[in-house]
Ligand binder design. Structure first.
Ligand code: NAP
Length: 303
């Protein structure tokens, strides 16, 4: 039996693994895909202390190698269910069951859909949720980015280097993202702001050729010709497998405080899956460190 099973290999999970293994705890990280989670596809990170600028991929690899060097085991498997029981939790995976005295849930969050006609039909045919993954396919084309948070702003800036024109469509006239990014957006000649506007339809033939946009103040509708529509309207926590098993908030996040403790003894929640104020790489990493510390205390106290 493992001391700690960490589910998810993003910054929260990898930091938890670094702290847990350094504390001598027998630790496994379960991850279905690749190291880094959302961080791995972030083009440029310039707010992680001590690293002026680093690509998300490089930071992901650095964290993963750090955890592995300290002795964390990584198991590539799809988690299919949880049976929580104090001191002996079972995690069901595509490669068999794992048992652990404590569990750190660090499954992160996934892209939210826009839920408009055409979105589902053109997924992979012009509709994308990842500018760094798919931007290259739209070199020299016109595209749009939908959203007003940091992801949308970063995506628009990234795409402006590849594409002819980037329409940044946001439902309000003020952005939620960092001022520094907004300044860079305003200084970028080939980004056109389409504010107070929502996308009502994504259309095309075999691939996307246009989006229909409605101005929410005037109700006026117009069509913008684009080959790609990058949707960046926020994230939803990956808690589907946990519904009915652990206390969630109304937004679907795990209800855990700054100590990362959930309503279940020995089960902790770290990173974007937890209800928190700031969803950043640094705060996910911070959660990971706290969760590993708390798991260690739980194991010691249980004896
Ligand atoms: P976010 O901050 O939640 O922003 C989502 C954006 O989408 C908001 O502007 C929102 O509009 C808009 N939106 C939501 N639903 C919509 C809908 N149905 N139709 C149209 N627009 C819709 O999400 P995010 O940008 O993915 O960022 C998630 C978290 O990661 C944030 O905490 C962010 O700061 C963090 N992050 C940090 C960095 C970094 O530090 N470099 C980079 C990326 C993300 P309203 O503003 O009107 O609500």
């Amino acid at each position: 039996m493992y001391d700690i099973a960490i589910v998810g290999e993003g910054p929260a999970g990898m930091t938890a693994a670094i702290y847990a293994t350094r504390a001598g705890l027998h630790t496994v990280i379960l991850e279905r895909a690749f190291s880094g989670g959302q961080m791995s596809t972030t083009p440029e990170i310039d707010n992680y202390p001590g690293l002026e600028t680093i690509s998300g991929f490089e930071l992901s690899m650095n964290m993963a190698n750090h955890a592995k060097k300290l002795g964390a085991e990584v198991m590539r498997a799809n988690v299919t269910g949880f049976d929580f029981s104090p001191g002996e939790n079972i995690i069901r995976t595509s490669s068999g069951d794992i048992t652990a005295k404590t569990v750190i849930l660090a499954l992160g969050a996934s892209h939210r859909a826009l839920d408009v006609p055409g979105e589902e039909k053109y997924k992979g045919l012009g509709v994308s949720y990842c500018a760094t993954c798919d931007g290259n396919f739209f070199r020299g084309r016109d595209v749009c980015v939908v959203g007003g948070g940091n992801t949308a702003l970063e995506d628009a800036l990234y795409l402006s280097k590849l594409c002819d024109r980037v329409y940044l469509i946001h439902r309000r006239d003020a952005f939620r993202g960092f001022d520094a990014l907004v300044r860079r957006i305003n200084e970028t000649e080939n980004i056109t702001l389409v504010l107070d506007s929502v996308v009502t339809e994504i259309s095309g033939n075999e691939r996307v050729s246009a989006v229909t946009v409605k101005n929410v103040k005037t109700d006026e509708t117009s069509e913008i010709s684009v080959s790609g529509c990058f949707i960046a309207v926020g994230m939803k926590p990956n808690t589907e497998l946990l519904e009915g098993k652990i206390k969630l908030t109304s937004s679907g996040h795990i209800d855990a405080g700054e100590d990362t403790a959930t309503n279940l003894p020995g089960v902790f929640a770290a990173g974007d899956i937890r209800n928190k104020i700031s969803y950043q790489i640094i705060t996910a990493a911070s959660d990971g460190a706290v969760a590993a510390h708390m798991a260690g205390i739980y194991i010691t106290e249980r004896g």
